[in-house]
Write a protein that binds this ligand. Structure first.
Ligand SMILES: [Zn+2]
Length: 483
């Protein structure tokens, strides 16, 4: 009770705190590193809590508040105190859309062609140029490399279609959930209509014979499915076939060919960039969710959806990077793209807190882990990131979501330190190594999961697209719409 009362007092809602020139965190007391007390600006759905505290014990959050009542709670505990005044403390980002196995690839070159539906570029349909994306080396190593890239930009959980143990939490694999998290998991589907061969339809649902059915989808805990990726009626036809049982009632002779209706609260539509406002009204009415990947939409199709329409309709929207070839390399760059494209194309500003929710609590809801992840609440897992740097746009949420990875001070997954910034190297002990991060040095602690040092692994991969990306990533696909 006391904690919630303090929340109310502290949440005399603000989105920014005093500006400070302090750029880093400092360890002011070294105690047991299993128990960390973080001090800084805490980001919550009720606003930013200035000069507040988060206590982490045995991998979980055990206190959040102003700290006035902390003394009695700490008792004889010997916690390590990390003072990050001026920095923002956020739940670790959750990336709800990645094809993480494509991470040893460089982004696709922009050939100036914008397609209308994904099979146009996937298989070269309708006379478009096929854009292959061959993975360098093994997919396992690429996945490991991709998870490192996301951890090194503040993402602690991923729905990515592939996984390796020990790095980011993989919310679509029971064996990839990591400490403290348990099944059921999300189901990730690239081809709900069984159309991997490149089937495009208009006015009927004659896709593959093994397309998803209402019964099958309804049995899933969370179903994250690519639907309506593209910008034309052929792309939108996919939504018709999955939202209206009477749209096509004529079966194919070899099976399949029928429309169904899977629009329900356990569904998150990935992309949905071709849907009409009327379609989104149905999505909202049914309580289904949407995963938004604006950069990849803009690069491949020339535009993305107007996310503010979805937000106004009450749809839970989460952000996802899609994949390295046409999407953002980090969640921070995806957030920047989402902000910019919405401002430029639709002349509407998105509040940084709305973007932050797409990267945290909304993402947790999409994947079905909102009771364990996605916010800094007592009892949740201590997946926490800390960003220093200037207060951007006078907004503490902006300081987190638009931050370059240079500003990353701390990444914790279940209280375990994965990244420790300048001045925090004292926290980085076993299995940690110092790495060059732009012009500074940070400590990373991934040796146990990588099975070698990061430097050795990087050397083995040999010249691949980097996993540590200060500033704007090289060759980043455009986020400027062309239609
Ligand atoms: Zn995808």
């Amino acid at each position: 009770m006391l904690t919630s009362r303090l929340f109310l007092i502290c949440a005399s809602i603000v989105s920014f705190c005093i500006e400070t020139s302090q750029a880093t965190c400092n360890v002011t007391h070294v105690g047991d590193t299993e128990n960390l007390l973080l001090r800084g600006t805490i980001l919550t759905s009720n606003g930013a809590l200035c000069d507040s505290h988060v206590l982490v014990e045995s991998g979980k959050i055990t206190y959040v508040g102003s700290g006035h009542d902390l003394g009695c709670m700490l008792g004889q505990k010997n916690v390590t105190v990390v003072d990050c005044i001026g920095s923002v403390i956020s739940p670790g980002f959750i990336n709800t859309h990645e094809h993480i196995g494509y991470s040893t690839i460089t982004p696709l070159k922009d050939i100036g062609e914008r397609t209308n539906q994904r099979h146009d570029w996937r298989v070269g349909a309708r006379n478009f140029t096929r854009r292959p994306a061959p993975v360098n080396g093994s997919e396992y190593d690429a996945t490991k490399w991709g998870e490192l890239r996301h951890i090194f930009s503040g993402t602690t959980s991923i729905v990515g279609g592939e996984m390796v143990p020990g790095l980011a939490r993989n919310l679509d694999f029971a064996s990839g959930l990591e400490d403290g998290l348990f099944a059921p998991t999300a189901t990730f589907d690239v081809f709900p209509l069984n159309d991997a061969s490149g089937i495009q339809r208009l006015g009927n649902c004659d896709y593959g014979a093994a397309a998803i059915t209402q019964d099958e989808a309804g049995r899933l805990y969370r179903y994250l499915a690519h639907v309506g990726e593209g910008v034309d009626a052929v792309a939108e036809n996919e939504f018709q076939c999955l939202s209206n049982s009477t749209f096509d009632v004529t079966p194919l002779t070899d099976g399949g060919g029928l429309s169904t209706d899977i629009i329900a609260p356990n569904l998150a539509l990935i992309h949905a960039s071709s849907l009409t406002n009327e379609d989104f009204d149905l999505v909202a009415a049914r309580g289904a969710m949407v995963v938004w990947s604006p950069r990849s939409n803009v690069f491949l199709y020339g535009k993305t959806l107007n996310v503010t329409y979805l937000l106004d309709a009450g749809i839970t929207v989460a952000l996802g990077t899609d994949w390295l070839p046409s999407g953002s390399a980090t969640m921070g760059r995806e957030a920047v793209c989402g902000r910019d494209v919405t401002q430029k194309d639709y002349d509407i500003g998105i509040a940084p807190q709305d973007i932050w929710e797409m990267m945290t609590i909304n993402a947790a809801k999409v994947a079905g882990f909102e009771h364990q992840l996605g916010s800094l609440d007592v009892g949740k897992l201590a997946d926490i990131v800390v960003f220093s740097g200037d207060v951007q746009q006078g907004d503490a949420f902006a300081q987190a979501v638009y931050a370059p990875s240079d500003n990353l001070q701390l990444v914790l997954r279940g209280g375990k330190i994965l990244v420790a910034g300048e001045g925090l190297d004292i926290l980085a002990t076993e299995g940690c190594e110092a790495v060059l991060w732009g012009s500074v040095t940070k400590s990373i602690c991934v040796t146990d999961a990588v099975n070698s040092t990061f430097a050795e692994f990087e050397a083995v991969l040999g010249g691949v697209y980097p996993a540590i990306l200060p500033g704007i990533p090289d060759g980043e696909p455009t986020c400027v719409s062309t239609r």
